[in-house]
Design a protein around this ligand. Structure first.
Ligand SMILES: Cc1cc2nc3c(=O)[nH]c(=O)nc-3n(C[C@H](O)[C@H](O)[C@H](O)COP(=O)(O)O)c2cc1C
Length: 304
């Protein structure tokens, strides 16, 4: 038997596999397909304080080994989430993480302040990195100063651990990660999508109404893996890796590079059972390689 549990310090997960925000609804949508109790955690779809309709369609375009989305953080807002979704999520034995959005700095604070009073949430994931919000959007994760401002504002009032979700659309990812750490973030999730576009050559129009969207899926994995390795080597707080994880082997690459846990996004849209398959594949790998506790392999990359 392998112990798949992971201790993030502020949160114990039964295994390192978390469903990524925006690709797993509010969790409940996947309950007909998989046993949610088996997951390490679920990050729900991003929430602004008020409901948000997102961008106009078309909002998705497939590319070679990837997907560009410009959903624009469509969501039901904190009140409906607390009334309709949270009470039902309590039936499941998995960590529930809320992805927090803001159109301006204080909105992050308002969302967290509201949710602080509700039960059934394990942590907040600050989405300071969405590349495709409606109004061009606030993307604090593009600068160390803005990252520091939002994270420290939220940390001042948060009653729960805060995971800061970074953007890969920067030159120096370590600088931003250090800024989040300095502001008091309890962990880093790395990363959100790459700003991207696609063109329909017949119509000569962009494939997305928003023109730009965020690229996810296998195409981005090698780049984010490199960032996770760089960041995990420099920060003291845990790093959660995500980007293009489709298999147990992909997840292992992130763990070996230094991620303590992983999130699985686009894979859920291809195969609703992807998270469970990945957990099973991680266990098989551990059994085959005589690893008793999966935490043993975190950060074990051999470079010499
Ligand atoms: C359709 C779609 C919607 C997304 N919505 C959100 C969101 O609401 N909040 C967020 O932080 N990230 C969102 N993301 C980004 C994912 O959580 C993840 O960071 C990214 O897709 C990279 O992981 P992947 O390659 O495994 O999908 C979304 C991604 C997709 C494809």
């Amino acid at each position: 038997m392998t112990d798949l549990s992971i201790d993030l310090g502020f949160l114990k997960l039964k295994n390192p596999v978390i469903a990524a925000s925006g690709t797993f609804g509010y969790g409940l949508e996947f309950s007909p397909f998989i046993n949610l109790d088996k997951l390490g955690g679920i990050v729900v779809k991003g929430l602004y304080y008020s409901p948000c309709q997102g961008n106009p369609p078309p909002r998705l375009a497939e590319t070679a080994s990837g997907l560009i989305n410009a959903i624009g953080l469509q969501g039901i807002g904190v009140e409906r989430f607390s009334e309709e979704i949270l009470p039902r999520l309590k039936d499941y034995n998995t960590a529930i993480i809320v992805n927090v959005c803001g159109e301006y700095e204080e909105e992050y604070v308002s969302v967290v302040d509201f949710l602080n009073k509700k039960e059934g949430i394990s942590a907040y994931e600050l989405n300071i990195s969405c590349p495709n919000t409606k109004k061009g959007g606030l993307c604090p994760a593009l600068s160390p100063e803005n990252t520091y401002t939002v994270v420290s504002l939220v940390k001042k009032i948060s009653l729960r651990p805060v995971i800061t979700k970074l953007s890969p659309n920067v030159t120096d990812i370590v600088e931003i990660a250090l800024s989040a750490q300095e502001a008091g973030s309890d962990a880093i999730s790395l990363a959100n999508t790459f700003l991207a576009m696609a063109v329909d050559v017949e119509t000569r129009r962009p494939k997305l109404a928003n023109i730009f969207g965020g690229l996810s899926g296998p195409a981005i994995k090698p780049i984010i893996l490199r960032m996770v390795y760089q960041v995990a080597s420099c920060v003291k707080i845990p790093v959660i890796g995500l980007g293009g994880i489709m298999s147990g082997s992909d997840a292992l690459e992130y763990l070996i590079a230094g991620a303590k846990a992983v999130e699985v996004g686009t894979a859920n849209l291809v195969d609703p059972e992807a998270t469970i398959r990945i957990i099973d594949e991680l266990e098989e790998y551990c059994v085959k390689n005589g690893i008793k506790k999966i935490e043993e392999i975190v950060g074990t990359l051999i470079t010499q």
